[in-house]
Design a protein around this ligand. Structure first.
Ligand code: UD1
Length: 338
């Protein structure tokens, strides 16, 4: 299959590009490198012995996208590209709406023009917000509590409308829980710019000596140890979920939503312990106030993806911590070390 991957140089995008190439698919990455590095794609080539095509462009760039579709004639698209920091999205909401919605419009128009009828979209468990109790099934109520989350929620609705209007279009929305870990080679991984917002990269940087200590945001949640619980899923399992979804869409029609999670809640303190075990390094931490907007607990009911995609998460939190530590310790400054 020929797969056009937007945002394919990023964290989840690069792991999925690698999995696609390993499975024998041809890949064209469209990425403006605004929050990623072309070095990730060089390493994907090193790991797979295959080279993905690459176009450096913003997905909103109609001319660039048109040329990419005309030259590559993709059978399917995976749409990762997007801005993804919750806090930042409350500061510059217009940028989030312009980039995340605008890129989706340009992409859907290019697909229609060039006769590409299959799309997998990166959504987020953030759409479950705090409206119901986990484990979340795909038919739980959805909404959003910040501009980033609203872009994901809006794009889901847009895709549903577009699929309803065009019976030839097949859409798979993947709601990711919390992706962590890295490829087992330690050659590609998560490379956040500035101070990491997310737990795992922050813990990894504390282990590497780049940050003094972890701030744990609250220990008075109604969870077994008082810290927030999440459904952490290894990025390699997540990448495999995209291949399963692409395969399913080849034989399906219409609009589909699947949770990609393990179904297991893990606390912040459990993650600290797992990372200490994987690295042999003590992670200093301090309990501080809850982070505004955080929920106590979020985890998937992955039954639908398990049954319909024939996919389930295989790797453990210990695997993810070992792989994240391998990536962090061999690339202390991420791809900038290359
Ligand atoms: C966050 C976003 C979510 C987004 C996802 C994508 C928020 C409120 N939510 O999810 O919308 O889809 O990232 O990556 O930002 N924690 C600490 N100390 C830290 C960092 C995190 O204690 O320095 C805790 C959090 O309170 C939470 C857990 O670790 O309990 C996971 O946090 P994080 O990695 O930021 O993910 P989410 O908040 O679940």
């Amino acid at each position: 299959m020929r797969v056009l991957v937007t945002g394919g140089a990023g964290y989840i995008g690069s792991h999925t590009t690698l999995a696609l190439l390993e499975a024998g698919h041809d890949v064209l990455v469209v990425d403006d490198l605004s929050n990623s590095s072309e070095e990730s794609l060089r390493r994907v080539t090193e790991l797979t012995g295959r080279t993905p095509g690459f176009v450096k462009a913003n997905v909103r760039d109609e001319a660039a996208l048109d040329a990419a579709f005309a030259g590559f004639t993709p059978d399917a698209v995976i749409h990762f590209a997007g801005w993804k920091a919750v806090g930042e999205s409350t500061q510059i909401p217009l940028t989030y709406y312009r980039e995340n919605l605008g890129s989706t419009f340009t992409l859907l128009e290019a697909m229609a023009k060039h006769g590409c009828h299959r799309i997998v979209f990166s959504s987020s468990a953030t759409v479950y917000g705090d409206m119901s109790e986990p484990p979340f099934t795909e038919d739980a109520p959805t909404g959003a509590t910040n501009p980033y989350g609203r872009t994901k929620h809006m794009i889901e609705q847009i895709l549903q409308d577009v699929a309803a209007a065009d019976p030839s279009l097949t859409v798979g929305v993947l709601r990711y829980f919390n992706p962590i870990g890295a490829h087992e080679s330690g050659r590609i991984g998560e490379d956040p710019k500035g101070i990491p917002n997310n737990l795992l990269p922050f813990v990894a940087q504390v282990a590497a000596g780049r940050r003094e200590k972890l701030m744990i945001f609250g220990d008075d949640y109604p969870t077994p140890d008082g810290t927030g619980t999440r459904d952490y899923i290894h990025v390699v399992d997540l990448a495999a979920g995209h291949l399963a979804a692409l395969g399913k869409l080849a034989e399906a029609s219409g609009y589909h939503v699947w949770n990609l999670g393990t179904g297991n809640p893990t606390s912040v303190l459990d993650i600290v312990k797992a990372f200490e075990k994987a690295s042999g390094i003590t992670i200093p931490y301090q309990i501080v106030a809850r982070r505004p907007g955080d929920v106590a607990s979020s985890y998937a009911d992955p039954t639908k993806a398990n049954a319909e995609l024939g996919w389930s998460a295989r790797l453990t939190i210990d695997d993810a911590c070992a792989d994240a530590y391998r990536w962090q310790s061999s690339n202390p400054n991420g791809f900038a070390d290359a």
